[in-house]
Design a protein around this ligand. Sequence first.
Ligand SMILES: C[S@@+](CC[C@H](N)C(=O)[O-])C[C@H]1O[C@@H](n2cnc3c(N)ncnc32)[C@H](O)[C@@H]1O
Length: 269
Amino acid sequence: VAEPVDVADAADVRLADYAALTDAALRERVEHGEGLFIAEGELVIRQLLRSAYPVRSVLVTPRRYERLRDVLDGVGAPVYVAPPEVLEAVVGFPLHRGAVASACRTPLPDPTALLSTARTVAVLEGLNDHENIGAVFRNAAALGVDALLLSPTCADPLYRRSVRVSMGGVLHVPFTALAPWPAGLAQVTAAGFETVALTPAGDVAVGELGRRAGRVAVLLGAEGAGLSAGALAMADRRVRIPMRVGTDSLNVATAAAIAFHRLWERPGR
Ligand SMILES: C[S@@+](CC[C@H](N)C(=O)[O-])C[C@H]1O[C@@H](n2cnc3c(N)ncnc32)[C@H](O)[C@@H]1O
């Protein structure tokens, strides 16, 4: 059992992974440069420790250390314990959750490898909102989506806010980038998937998804733009979630949850 390490100085270099967590530009440089990401909060850290991502270190207040002790005592990485004011000085804001962990990014898998074992996948186009990405991953983890494929203009699913909003779902559902876009969708079709574009203008109602016996890839678009004409043209079907007249659309994660649930209820799960 590794002993926790007390840290009293916010400038301690061992805490460099956690510096200025709200400075998005700096974090982008540090996290991609060093190949790391941040998991925040007790629940998400528990999920991280159950995932395949290697942990670099954990930083907690004494109170959180006690609460997480059952899992922290077995962590094969340094566990730093610091008073709340030191944590705040390092991360740059009052971290009420009192617990952060740093973990290593791992190489993105080849799309064909991910697709080879999946039955249900989701493909995200241009989702640049970290909270929406996180919420889609949370739904995917809960509702049996085997993998997510992201177009090149999607935001980073391992950004701290996405990881938090996903409640750790992003740590368990495999994902990768799909490029070039949208031509890369041909790989999904070639792997035997029926590609279904989810769009409010779809000509088939979402209930149909529950009757699709084979492999299905659901395409989801971003707030505002929705799916591009190029992506829609590559899809085999266009499915809509019927809504009250006069409603423009649902939030993408909400639409995703409805579609994922239909697919989850298919026979043969
Ligand atoms: C906020 S919506 C985009 C709205 C955009 N005006 C459009 O027409 O697609 C974001 C994404 O959620 C999904 N979506 C939202 N409402 C939907 C609905 N009623 N039926 C099917 N998909 C929907 C689609 O994938 C859409 O690209």
